[in-house]
Design a protein around this ligand. Sequence first.
Ligand code: ARG
Length: 583
Amino acid sequence: MNLILENKINATLKNIFNKLDLDDKFAFVKVSDRADLSDFQCNGALALAKINHKNPREVGMMIANELQKCEFCESISVDGPGFINIKLKNEVIAQNADKMAEDERLGCGLVENPHKVVLDYGGPNVAKTMHVGHLRSGVIGESVSRIERFIGNEVISDVHLGDWGTPMGMILAEIIRQDGNLDKVESYDIAQITEFYKQANIRCKEDETARENARIITAELQDGNTEYHKAWQHLRGESVKAIKANYEQLDVNFDLWWGESNAHKTCGEIVDIARKKGISEVDNGAEIIRLEEGNKPKPPVILIKSDGGYTYHTTDIATIKMRVDDLAAEEIVYFTDSRQTLHFEQVFEAAQKLGIAPDVKLKHIVFGTVNGADGKPFKTRDGGVMDLETLIEMSKDKVRQSLPKAGEVEGYGEAEIEKLTSQIAIAAIKFQDLRNCIASGYVFELEDFAKFEGKTGPYIQYAIARINSVLRKAEAGGLQCGAIILDTVEERTLALKLAQVHNVIMRAHTDKEPSIIAEYTHNLAQIFSTFYNTCPVMSAATPQLIASRLQLAKLTRDILKLMLYLLGIEAPEIMLKAENKGE
Ligand code: ARG
């Protein structure tokens, strides 16, 4: 079912362009910038006139004359230097919305050629407290994962734990230093393990011998030392438990809990391939792959350090090979902040030289940092790293201020209020993160991010709950949805906005940019609010109009819910407010 209005117009334009012998690569429209003039506009006449040395208005008129004959156009005009403005008939928009409401995918199509995508996000590290950077990667990755699955691609998400580098040797060294051996390791919980890591970090910064010791232990661990391996397994296990609990709260999910360590065996294969291909060389005791110096010189990839250990480069290159060979990945996408841009450029180039991922798309999506009001990376009040746990608690505290207390509303005891608090708090955190273009950083807004108004997650949740309440009342009164009639400007604007949903999702998919969905969701909620304030639903003039407005409300609710789902945010059926005790 093709419920995309733009496609309908584009197909007609294509025929017209062919008939007029114009290059049909310009035969497309976009949503109009001037809603007062038109619904869609085609700017093709300008480009064509330039190529053919003609007057753009004349070319525009030629196209407009043909468009005039189409049964779906209400009015066509050529404005300014040659913009073709197209206004659709109300019935066309209404029928389209009716069909969207009937369709289980709400008019959203699937990709033509689905493929398998491996998404690498989260990326927390063993024994290190998860900070807001890991939050961003998780939140963005989860949303992209849902978008990709929704449009029909096969997705495998992998957390890619940092579980195999020097920090592992540092912790083991620190435990041995304090305890004399590793006998007590298995009694340590995550708090103790994190503390050991903190102390190891301080020590290694100050003391070259400690650094050297940690390096040796890391190399031995990687080499298969059984005592170290057993202790390491405990550290990893405890960390994974803590990380899982954190991501569970955020509703960030992974198909695989692989890490750098899983790539160890394949690291050896990578070295073999490099040697066979003659692309590695020994340099100062390390084995490296030199990269093309093209227009942007890059430092070489280090496959094996002089102490015999593999590097972050090697595990990532090996992981690409595993994802291609074992998971049949056709595309691999990574989500980290910009500090790893060079790392991935090196890894991708090395993978290409090694020939381990032919025809596989490798993409690094870079996101900006989360900053505090001072413009510097977001910290706790006492200046420490803002960890996820603290952030979620802070958000919950804010939300609690806007909600009634347990027992104040019927049916809402301690457990129900807590669940709602958490749903709203997570929505607030995630929406604040996703409403910004991914590449730009943002200032974590401490005051307004959890409010029920403004560009916030709770605002959208509230909009949905408001429609739920209308639909419940309608149902109780025996009222049903029916064919959509577009009587007023507000109804028409709403129906046109709803019709954009497919293209919005496709753009978010192509650009791997959930903020496109967040922006649309917020606009749609606002447009609905204007409609709701000007067009009474239950007290509309005729039964047909009531049925139509109910249908518009229901379709809006379903699309808003789908959008929140794609952003990884839950939509509670009912929202409560401290002042008026809910809808
Ligand atoms: N563990 C890394 C970090 O905390 C992020 C991992 C990103 N993914 C990857 N395949 N390298 O910076």
